[in-house]
Design a protein around this ligand. Structure first.
Ligand code: ATP
Length: 234
């Protein structure tokens, strides 16, 4: 099965990637994956969107949004590669992706193309999200592979994603080898995109801090220093 054959020759005004997550903390797994998607999909802009109160993590203890935002800003520095949005900070109540996608749709003129970027572990929980069916109607989705070790995802992501799509969303999807995507006659594509496997997760980093071990080289030095100075995750 072919991976990562992306068709980018269509005419559209702007190609925008929306990459949401808890980013508690941001790490090289996020950054490298987002960069590879940006290059492959010829994105003009990739926006990192930390979620204020992640609905699926509402009961667990999540670091304050302003600290997670600060860590993203430190990680990005002056890099022109990514932008960061505080839209979910401004909105009251839990963060729902459908509201964020609608907001970004209103920002960009018709003819722009939006891509919702997420890892396969997040994708396979999408049926628990508010109005998830609507998400599939209005935006292309890029599902990034993730090493099986951490998130226990079936190694064959293409098949897992296909089975999930047919089960939960529509039986009308079929895989196009040409586009490395599940395509549908009336819904936007769901791309399966293989990123370099970096077996890094935020929970692993938080656990290392708790155990008093070094987290260096899993995330940018400036973020490591911020975590130490703020006494996070102890
Ligand atoms: P946690 O361990 O706390 O669950 P996480 O490392 O999965 O956190 P999130 O902020 O929850 O990080 O992830 C945001 C998005 O980035 C998700 O869609 C997730 O699948 C994706 N992602 C996170 N780490 C990686 C990685 N190493 N490679 C590819 N995608 C990743």
């Amino acid at each position: 099965m072919n991976f990562n054959k992306i068709v980018t020759d269509e005419v559209c005004l702007k190609r925008i990637g929306l990459f949401g997550g808890t980013f508690d903390p941001i790490h090289f797994g996020h950054l490298r994956a987002a960069l590879e998607v940006r290059e492959a999909f010829a994105l003009d802009e990739t926006c990192l969107i930390p979620s204020a109160i992640p609905p699926h993590k509402i009961k667990s203890c999540v670091t304050k949004i302003d600290q997670r935002l600060a860590m993203i800003q430190l990680a990005l520095g002056n890099s022109p590669l990514f932008t960061v949005s505080d839209i979910e900070l401004k909105r009251l109540g839990p963060s729902y992706s459908i509201d964020t996608v609608d907001y970004f749709k209103s920002l960009y003129p018709d003819g722009s193309r939006l891509f919702l970027i997420m890892g396969v572990d997040a994708f396979l929980e999408i049926h628990t999200w508010k109005a998830y069916n609507e998400l599939f109607q209005g935006i292309s989705i890029v599902v990034m592979t993730r090493p099986a070790g951490i998130k226990e995802i079936n190694a064959d992501s293409v098949k897992t994603i296909g089975a999930y799509l047919k089960d939960r969303i529509s039986t009308g999807y079929h895989y196009s080898d040409k586009n490395s995507a599940y395509i549908h006659t009336s819904l936007p594509d769901v791309h399966v995109f293989k990123v370099s496997p970096l077996d890094i997760s935020s929970s692993m980093i938080r656990n290392l801090v708790k155990q008093g071990k070094s987290i260096r080289f899993f995330l940018p030095d400036k973020v490591v220093n911020y975590i130490n100075n703020q006494g996070l995750y102890r």
